[in-house]
Write a protein that binds this ligand. Structure first.
Ligand code: ATP
Ligand code: MG
Length: 330
């Protein structure tokens, strides 16, 4: 059974983009692959972050994933910092990663603009991501489109390591992405991809009132200034989202009403909100129930970390040996 690794940062709320772009896929893939899913808290400190709430956000993200249907009896769910080998392997991989490759990463260039003084961690983020995947020798990585460039780097790092230290064998498989159809969900601002750190999200666990409060002012086709102006659904993010939450007859009607100026954007949004609220209700209920079972969540993450540490230790034994380190006596 091929192995899958994927991660999500506890950098904010689990949102529609994460769900449609990655997490829904995780839930499907766990049926037929050997899956490890990780709340990547070490990645979440590469931006400005609140350390007071990191632990809570990490727990909440795990709860969100469980509520979406990640099943601990089928997949290993754990927290990255509970497995120190992620950091160790990253350090080792740093030594074979070219600086130029890191500097040209689109996400680095985007996120670096938010800093006066750019932390090295932000630059090295893709090396940690390569370590996350290679540590488990995963072959497939279900992610959104924004991560494909990082994954290409992970492939290159795997290739380099294999050629320098693999001794003729491909110890590390070159990981390949698995994309969903919704590989890039735009944010409610219509400007950038939906992103935890940009505040342009709808949270998967938002209340019906919050969903409506956020959808109401969301950007639509700018040509529709008044209700009488016909619109182009193909450039409207609200129409795009209807495709994931509304029945196909509704999607057709939405396009027709938009093109023919038969209703206002607010009507269109109200219908989307209703369908979204209905779709997300079971996830929200499961999350609320899990929030009252902190012992259960702790146990799941404890078991997941124990399994992950065991798998990681096997990889690290070979990596240390092939890279020439003196074996420890204990
Ligand atoms: P941050 O803004 O802190 O980077 P994020 O919202 O981008 O947070 P990540 O934790 O970086 O979320 O990514 C988790 C997963 O969700 C990744 O597989 C990523 O590709 C996917 N993803 C993130 N945003 C989107 C989006 N807008 N559309 C589709 N997939 C997405
Ligand atoms: Mg991201």
């Amino acid at each position: 059974m091929a192995r899958i690794f994927s991660g999500i940062q506890p950098s904010g709320e689990l949102h529609l983009g994460n769900w449609l772009g990655a997490v829904q896929n995780w839930v499907n893939l766990q049926q037929s692959y050997d899956c490890l899913f990780c709340v990547v808290d070490l990645h979440a400190i590469t931006g400005q972050y609140e350390h007071e709430s990191l632990a809570q956000r990490t727990r909440d993200m795990a709860i969100g994933l469980l509520a979406c249907g990640v099943d601990p009896s089928r997949a290993v769910l754990f927290v990255q910092s509970h497995v120190p080998a992620h950091s160790e392997l990253q350090w080792l991989l740093n030594s074979i990663t070219p600086l130029g490759e890191l500097e040209r990463m689109t996400q680095f260039k985007d996120k670096a603009q938010r800093f006066e003084s750019v932390p090295v961690g932000l630059l090295n983020y893709p090396v940690l991501m390569a370590a996350d995947i290679l540590l488990y020798r995963a072959e497939l990585v279900p992610v959104g489109e924004d991560q494909t460039q990082h994954l290409e780097l992970a492939r290159e790092v795997a290739r380099r390591w294999n050629s320098e230290f693999g001794g003729g064998s491909d110890f590390f498989p070159e990981p390949r992405p698995i994309l969903t159809e919704a590989k890039r969900i735009m944010g409610l601002d219509g400007q950038a991809k939906m992103s935890k750190s940009l505040g342009n999200t709808i949270g998967l666990l938002d209340s019906p009132e919050e969903i409506w409060r956020k959808l109401r002012p969301a950007v639509t086709d700018p040509a529709r200034v008044t209700r009488k102006d016909p619109g182009n659904p193909e450039i409207c993010n609200i129409y795009y989202l209807h495709k994931y939450f509304s029945p196909s007859e509704t999607v057709l009607r939405v396009a027709d009403h938009c093109r023919g100026a038969k209703w206002g954007c607010l009507d269109c949004k109200r219908e989307l909100a209703d369908n979204m609220i209905r779709t997300l209700a079971p996830i929200r209920e499961r999350a609320l129930a899990l929030q009252h079972q902190p012992g259960r969540v702790e146990e799941i993450l404890g078991d997941g970390a124990a399994t992950a540490r065991r798998l990681a230790a096997e990889t690290m034994r070979t990596v240390r040996e092939r890279m020439g380190f003196l074996t420890s006596a204990d």
